[in-house]
Structure formats: C-alpha cells, structure tokens
Design a protein around this ligand. Structure first.
Ligand code: 3PG
Length: 307
C-alpha cells in the first residue's frame, strides 16, 4: 500500500487535513501526518517509509529527499518551490511538483490588508492615508499579481504591472497599464507589490538602486520571499527616505535593526501568513493530494517543476 506523508511545520487548517485524508483513503493509500515538528530530523524519520510527500514551506533538502528511500513524488502545496532541492529530486528520480494558483487569492488579500494596515498607521488612532487614487505597481503578474490587481481595483488604485514573461495583452486586457522596465515600475508607483519567486535571478535583486526611484509615500509590499531583498539596500532606503515604509509577510534578517530605529514604518508578520487561510489550505491541500493520486494512477506529471 502506498503511503502519503503530509509534513507541515505550519499545519493546514483541520478541515483541509480531513479533505486530504479522504482523497488519500479513497485512492486506497495510507495517510500519515507530521505537524508542528521542531527538528528536521523528525521529517527525515517520517519520510523514510513514504512513497509521496506533501509539504508547505518545509525544507525538503538533499538529506530529506535521500532519507525517503521509497519516495517517488514530493508536492509543495503552494506556489514557491525554493524550499525543495530539485537537483536532489532529479538525481533520485523523484518528481517534484507545486500547486500553482491555489493559494494566490489568500496571499493577495494579505498584501492589500497589510497596505491598509500600514497606511492607517497600524490603527494607532492618528490620521492615516487612503489607498484610493494611489499608484500601485505589481512586480510580476502571475497568479498572485493578478489577484492583487483585481482587489486593488476595488480600492480605486491606479494600477500598472511589470512582467517580461507575460504578453502585454494578458495584462492590458484587465485594465492594468503595462510597464516595460523595472526602473519605470519603481519610478511610477507609491506602492510596489512584490510577487516574484525566489530564484538565482531574483535573490537580493530588490535594493536601494530600485527602491530609491520610488516617489514620495513609497511603500514596499512583500508577500513573496525575504530572500529577494538586498537587506543592506533596504536599510539604506529606511535611513535615507523618511517617507519609506515596508510591509512583509515574514521578517527580514535585519528586522531588529529596523525595529530599533524606524518605529511605525514597518510591519512584519510573525510567521508566514499569506496562504494561512482555511480556503487556501483546502485548495492547495486537495490539489496536492489529487496530483499525487493522478501521478500514481495515470502517470500525470502536470505541474512537475524538476524537468
Ligand atoms: C507559497 O509559496 O505558496 C506561499 O509562500 C505560501 O507558503 P506556506 O504554504 O508556507 O504558507
């Protein structure tokens, strides 16, 4: 009997776990659950007998992949798969997948939520500012970027997007202005929403050079990954631009430096919260479970990321 392990340091909502369990049981597979583990060794131990692994931001490094003696597939229930050692998967013949789009609305709602929160002085009782009429630049118009744009329309923002991997028409047909260069994106927008993945091209790519182009009232919104920020450049921006604010779904490594000097100009979630809704957990969890069943039963490799 095939064994499917759900290993989530940050657990799914209980309702999502039940849905996953049902799909696994209906397929005639065994279900195993490892939640809130504090030691990577626990994951290595649990994966030893699993044929399939479902994770979130959990680190599936070389050691974990190699510890999965029977492992054939690992599915990241979510978008970013920078936590999986793809080379280790490929070397061992393990298929790695993600579940694109399934948690995007949740992430986008958090982006707009954090924008309101910081614009209103984190609800400190003093007069804040509104989003209506402000400029918003969407840095990468993938699944999350699309939702950010749709929600921002309701706030009456002036929206533009930069994404060299997407045809202009896919952006403009949604009533969003197409921006042709990164410099222009940052120059034109008071709010920039980061929706890029963390990879070799994007890591440390957002620094002072780009941020300093932003107009007065600049707020950077990061629901992507902390690794895409050049932290010395971020600190320089905080120091040189008193109007600059930064909200991020997970604190940067330099959070203590920011907290010590720039009170009221930042907000960091205590744990990565973008996809932490019942709906996103259900969508991504069900998709992951179904992808595993379809892989085993039909050889379906849609959404494989280690080709
Ligand atoms: C993603 O890449 O899907 C999001 O960052 C969500 O990550 P999480 O599942 O760890 O909350």
């Amino acid at each position: 009997m095939k064994k499917v392990l759900v290993a989530t340091e940050k657990p799914f909502a209980a309702v999502a776990v039940n849905e996953i369990k049902k799909i696994i049981a209906d397929a005639g597979y065994e279900f195993a659950l490892l939640e809130k583990y504090t030691d990577a060794a626990d994951l290595k131990k649990a994966v030893a007998k699993a044929d399939a692994l479902i994770i979130r931001s959990d680190i599936a490094g070389k050691e974990v992949i190699e510890a999965g003696k029977n492992l054939k597939i690992v599915v990241r229930a979510g978008a970013g798969y920078d936590n999986i050692d793809l080379a280790a998967c490929t070397a061992k013949g393990v298929v790695a997948m993600n579940t694109p789009g399934q948690n995007s609305n949740a992430v986008a709602e958090l982006a707009l939520g954090m924008m309101v929160y910081i614009a209103r002085g984190m609800f400190n009782g003093k007069a804040g500012t509104e989003l209506r009429g402000k400029t918003l630049g969407i840095h990468a118009y993938g699944n999350v970027g699309w939702y950010v744009g749709e929600i921002a329309k309701g706030f009456g923002m002036k929206i533009s997007a930069f994404d060299p991997f997407i045809p202009d028409e896919a952006i403009s047909r949604n009533g969003i202005a197409v921006i042709k260069s990164l410099e222009e994106l940052y120059t034109n927008n008071q709010y920039v929403s980061l929706n890029i993945p963390a990879n070799e091209q994007t890591k440390k790519s957002i620094g002072y050079k780009l941020l300093s182009l932003m107009p007065k009232g600049a707020t950077l919104v990061n629901t992507a990954r902390k690794e895409i920020i050049d932290e010395p450049g971020l600190l320089e921006m905080f120091a040189k631009r008193e109007d600059f604010k930064y909200v991020s779904d997970i604190a940067p490594d330099c959070a203590a430096d920011i907290a010590a000097k720039y009170e009221g100009r930042f907000y960091f979630t205590p744990k990565k919260m973008g996809a932490q809704t019942a709906e996103a957990n259900i969508n991504a969890g069900i998709a992951a479970a179904r992808q595993i069943v379809n892989f085993f039963e039909k050889g379906d490799r849609t959404f494989q990321v280690n080709k």
